[in-house]
Ligand binder design. Structure first.
Ligand SMILES: [Zn+2]
Length: 115
């Protein structure tokens, strides 16, 4: 049996919101260097490149983050763990759960996910 899926979040950063975004992301991904975070945040504000906001979360953590998302976030997209915006073409989108999944149909609809 496979394990129920977890979720990743990708998003873009609002123009001018570099500092709060860098601080938040450094807190969430402490293993990344500040310089690396700064570079990706800068790319996101200037070229709208999506960056990883959260990884391997449960659905309830995703719902909480969606409800209370940081104000510097411009977009908020939820993916099956391990997938990202550049994979969208080959993913399924569920409008009910606002979620991109691989394989057949939405894992949340099917009930095969970490709640
Ligand atoms: Zn669904």
């Amino acid at each position: 049996m496979e394990d129920p899926i977890r979720f990743d979040v990708w998003g873009t950063v609002r123009k001018g919101a570099n500092e709060p975004a860098v601080q938040w992301l450094c807190g969430s991904f402490p293993w990344q260097t500040v310089l690396k975070v700064r570079i990706s945040v800068n790319k996101s504000t200037t070229q709208s490149v999506p960056i990883s906001i959260a990884e391997r979360k449960s659905w309830s953590e995703i719902e909480m983050l969606r409800r209370d998302s940081p104000p510097w976030l411009q977009s908020f997209e939820v993916f099956q763990e391990g997938y990202k915006p550049s994979h969208k073409e080959r993913l399924n989108y569920c409008s009910k759960h606002d979620f991109y999944s691989a394989g057949l149909g939405c894992n949340v609809c099917k009930g095969f996910y970490l709640p």
